[in-house]
Design a protein around this ligand. Structure first.
Ligand SMILES: [Zn+2]
Length: 105
């Protein structure tokens, strides 16, 4: 008798064997409100930029490649949509670490 491998107990897999996704992925395509020390933001997770579109991430000042999942955020006040910025997901999360005066745009 060989010991059975408890493969289906893998914590990263759901009951049906598919990988569990972070909650934010479940919200893909819809906006959510994020309250942060630098204000309230609407954040939308996008699965990828349209081909031919190139955005520059304000967090790291590098381009976001077409097709790369990222976030779009804008201030959660009236007219804030015109301030939309495309961010690498990681850069958006880490923007608070950049220190005062740099984390907005
Ligand atoms: Zn970035």
């Amino acid at each position: 008798m060989s010991p059975r491998r408890a493969r289906r107990m893998d914590p990263s897999l759901g009951k049906d064997g598919r990988p569990l996704r972070p909650a934010e992925d479940a919200l893909r395509g819809s906006e959510r409100l994020e309250s942060a020390p630098d204000g309230d933001w609407k954040v939308r997770q996008v699965s990828g930029a349209a081909p031919g579109k190139l955005y520059r991430c304000p967090g790291c000042d590098h381009e976001i490649r077409p097709g790369l999942p990222h976030v779009v955020s804008w201030p959660a006040w009236q007219g804030g949509e015109s301030e939309r910025r495309h961010w690498h997901t990681a850069c958006w999360r880490k923007r608070m670490d950049r220190g005062p005066g740099r984390f907005r745009y």
